[in-house]
Design a binder for this molecule. Structure first.
Ligand code: SAH
Length: 343
């Protein structure tokens, strides 16, 4: 076993580590500040810490760098896709999105994904491995350093299923939300899941104020199983019940993501089924014109069909928006982040 990455610890865990090294507890906060607020990449930059103690830290821990190996800037909307190299040459992608209300970063939680959704590029080669907490937070830190932009919100919608890396995901939230770190408000953090039901309950019971997005994509089990293998494990009814529990427990509205695929899930009957499912609950539907993944034969619904579908939902009193497609010219749009980058 190599050294542990020191960015993997929450402040509490770091305090424990530091007490075990016979150093005063307040040192932990100093180190945490350097790592998570000032985003330094070496122990030597921690100038308010003695040389001796820095050496002790170096002997025990490492600070992994994830390296930016490419950066693609959209000429349409300035969305920037970052490619990072991890240890062992794994490549992940993250996206910086600039909105009028502030900047958002979309991060990956795994290298690849094992959920197998038919319309998603991240899953084409399966799961390579889950990301460490350090790799998750570093995506934000590196993007912030490179772009010199302040990051206001975070979405866990890059490659991977965050609930398939649940413990790291929780630590990630604790660290980026911490006032001694980047201090990103919980209300500015959104996690997206394909619907791993027990984890939705577990997250709800943590009573955090983060936002939950649920990838629905089809309102009946039969149709959902055709495009999302996870639907063989959990029914739509179980998922919606879990999401209603989340909304009731946290008083946070749940967003249902729905990628519209021509002729597959964009029919009138699909809209009616969604209405039946969600009417009266604290829900919001986000319609996403599906982004073509050339390996699959799915194409996006026409503009007219999208409008018709949205109108049916809106007229039934379901809060509905159509997602703007950012970064489509640089393959940074939803479901287009890939495990491997071909040079
Ligand atoms: N595994 C998580 C988060 C990653 S994907 C999840 O399933 O939610 C983030 C969102 O992009 C999900 O709603 C996902 O279903 C959607 N998505 C994947 N491929 C897409 C595509 N080709 N077009 C539009 N949205 C897509």
């Amino acid at each position: 076993m190599g050294k542990i990455d020191i960015k993997t610890f929450t402040l509490e865990q770091l305090e424990e580590q530091i007490l075990n090294m016979n150093e005063p507890k307040f040192r932990a906060k100093q180190v945490f500040n350097w790592l998570h607020q000032k985003n330094v990449s070496s122990f030597d930059e921690m100038t308010n810490i003695s040389k001796d103690f820095r050496q002790k830290l170096k002997d025990k821990f490492k600070i992994t760098e994830i390296e930016i190996i490419d950066k693609l800037v959209s000429s349409v909307d300035k969305t920037t896709k970052y490619l990072f190299r991890l240890e062992n040459n794994y490549i992940i992608e993250s996206v910086l999105m600039k909105y009028s209300y502030g900047n958002a970063v979309c991060i990956s939680s795994q290298v690849g994904c094992r959920m197998g959704c038919k319309f998603c590029a991240s899953t084409l080669d399966g799961l390579e491995r889950s990301l460490t907490v350090a790799e998750m937070v570093s995506q934000i830190y590196e993007i912030q350093k490179d772009s010199k932009e302040k990051i206001r919100s975070i979405v866990l919608m890059g490659s991977g299923e965050p609930f398939d890396n649940f413990d790291n995901f929780l630590k990630f939230i604790e660290i980026i939300n911490h006032k001694e770190g980047l201090n990103i408000g919980q209300r500015h953090i959104t996690v997206s899941t394909c619907g791993i039901v027990p984890k939705i309950y577990e997250l709800a019971d943590k009573k955090l104020q983060i936002n939950l997005a649920l990838s629905l994509h089809a309102p009946t089990d039969e149709d959902r199983r055709q495009i999302m293998p996870i639907a063989k494990k959990y029914t739509v009814k179980e998922i919606v019940e879990a999401c209603k529990y989340f909304a009731n427990t946290t008083k946070r509205r749940v967003t249902y993501e729905y990628a519209l695929i021509a002729g597959v899930n964009d029919r009138e009957q699909d809209a009616k089924e969604i209405i039946r499912l969600l009417k009266g609950s604290l829900a919001h539907i986000n319609l996403i014109p599906v982004n073509d993944v050339k390996e699959r034969n799915y194409i996006k619904s026409s503009k007219e069909q999208i409008k018709k579908f949205a109108d049916t939902l809106i007229n039934a009193g379901i809060e509905t928006t159509v997602r703007r497609e950012l970064g489509s010219d640089i393959n940074a749009a939803c479901g287009q982040l890939r495990k491997s980058y071909k040079y």
